[in-house]
Design a binder for this molecule. Structure first.
Ligand SMILES: CC/C=C\C/C=C\C/C=C\C/C=C\C/C=C\C/C=C\CCC(=O)SCCNC(=O)CCNC(=O)[C@H](O)C(C)(C)COP(=O)(O)OP(=O)(O)OC[C@H]1O[C@@H](n2cnc3c(N)ncnc32)[C@H](O)[C@@H]1OP(=O)(O)O
Ligand SMILES: CCCCCCCCCCCCCCCC(=O)OC[C@@H](O)COP(=O)(O)O
Length: 374
């Protein structure tokens, strides 16, 4: 192991990264709050400012993936469609098997210039995450409790609000509704059997309501569905902690562009269409497990420097006062102040570690297993 790789595994480096992310996040949240008076006066300007602020926080995790861990995502897609990515609004349908799938998605968002504006249909619990969850409120992310009767009004309204969004966005939908575990897979395949649907090997049975409602409410706003299938070479099981430790992963993403007009309007037909799409995705995953690649030509979209510049900028800006404070503390010799600073650093580190814990599949909710559907 080289010196650089060894350094990446050290707690001190992790503390610095966590401190930078958390404190810059709080400052960004504060700036977002400052945009509140602007919303009634100039909503589109307030949205654009929030996209930039959102970019400044989200892109730090992209920089961590790309520059710290050295992970590069390979894209398999039709070159004809490639030129449209980032130039139109899209609904992204992505499998939900990996702890860093959202991060791989963000990398693409960054490379195609839609990171600040991109959104997701996310479980309500994520909105309470400090810093990142608070930021999402201002980015008009759509949160659901995964209980249709309670969700439907807010869900439809949130989608309608996106109709005049001033920047191009991708709207991510994990139709499986929860992360893949063996138990959830077994249960969802029992549901498939009851519904006389073919069994899936690599996916849970998709929940269709959210997809249909999203397609119907975003017609005329969104140009296409991007059917995305993600997997990792060499059976890697990536984790966010691994990324923080500087581990390099090898993700491959297969993207098919499907024009929205080709998706049926009728709910039952749309559901059947989505089930068929997941059967195709399952076949791609099966072929990938045999051959190690997806169909279609490979492209690596060019990496942009902004995520790195932004990350370095925040790190320098926030490390400087921290170092000054530490020097002053040591010189002052005040045990109480030193203890308070150590406690603050420990709290930041524990807080970010807790957030990272939210991405771990072993802590996945019990949604989609019998008796307890939440
Ligand atoms: C070039 C491009 C490349 C790459 C870009 C990639 C991505 C980047 C894009 C954007 C990134 C932006 C931000 C992302 C950042 C971070 C966030 C990341 C992740 C958070 C994701 C989540 O939180 S996932 C959890 C929340 N989301 C969902 O749940 C969505 C899926 N669910 C739905 O849509 C549901 O339909 C619903 C929740 C809206 C409603 O669910 P409900 O169950 O009430 O209704 P349904 O009709 O859908 O289902 C009922 C039927 O289901 C049957 N059933 C019962 N048990 C099961 C089971 N275990 N599995 C499957 N089906 C089941 C039941 O029988 C019912 O059947 P009926 O026949 O009676 O209808
Ligand atoms: C420089 C940055 C360093 C620190 C980075 C910390 C980043 C923390 C980001 C937390 C983002 C959390 C996104 C989690 C997405 C996710 O994976 O949600 C799970 C849900 O879909 C389904 O939940 P479940 O039903 O429990 O499977």
């Amino acid at each position: 192991m080289g010196l650089v790789q060894w350094l990446k595994g050290q707690l001190l480096c992790h503390l610095v990264i966590c401190y930078g992310f958390f404190v810059s996040g709080l400052l960004i949240n504060l700036l977002q709050i400052c945009t509140l008076p602007l919303w009634p006066i100039n909503k589109q300007l307030a949205r654009r400012i929030n996209c930039k602020l959102g970019y400044s926080l989200t892109s730090q995790s992209v920089a961590l993936l790309e520059w710290w861990s050295g992970t590069e995502v390979t894209l398999y897609t039709d070159p004809e469609n490639y030129r449209l990515y980032g130039k139109e609004n899209a609904i992204v349908v992505l499998n939900h098997n990996f702890e860093i799938d959202f991060l791989c998605g963000w990398t693409f968002c960054d490379r195609f210039g839609v990171l600040g504006a991109s959104k997701c249909l996310a479980k309500k619990e994520l909105s309470y995450l400090p810093v990142i969850g608070w930021m999402w409120y201002f980015l008009e992310m759509v949160f659901i409790k995964r209980k249709w009767e309670e969700d439907k009004r807010n869900f439809v309204q949130s989608l309608q609000n996106l109709r005049d969004y001033p920047e191009n966005f991708w709207f991510l939908l994990h139709c499986e509704g929860t992360r893949f575990t063996e138990e959830k897979h077994r249960v969802s395949m029992e549901v498939a059997e009851k519904k006389s649907l073919p069994k899936l090997k690599h996916h849970l049975l998709p929940r269709t309501k959210g997809f249909w409602v999203a397609v119907q409410n975003l017609r005329g706003t969104v140009a296409a569905v991007y059917c995305c299938t993600l997997n990792f070479r060499n059976n890697e099981t990536p984790t966010l902690l691994g990324v923080l430790n500087g581990e390099k992963y090898h993700p491959d993403l297969y993207v098919r562009r499907i024009p929205l007009e080709s998706i049926p309007e009728d709910e039952a037909e749309c559901s059947a269409w989505l089930h068929k799409l997941y059967q195709e995705k399952d076949k791609f995953q099966e072929d990938y497990s045999q051959t190690g690649c997806f169909p279609g030509p490979k492209v690596t979209p060019p990496c942009r420097p902004w995520a790195l510049i932004n990350w370095l900028g925040w790190t320098c800006l926030l490390l400087y006062p921290l170092c000054l404070l530490l020097v002053q503390l040591v010189n002052s010799g005040s045990i109480l102040s030193i203890l308070a600073t150590v406690a603050f650093c420990a709290a930041v580190s524990v807080g970010v570690r807790w957030m990272i814990g939210q991405t771990e599949i072993k802590r996945s909710s019990s949604y989609g297993v019998p008796l307890n559907n939440k």
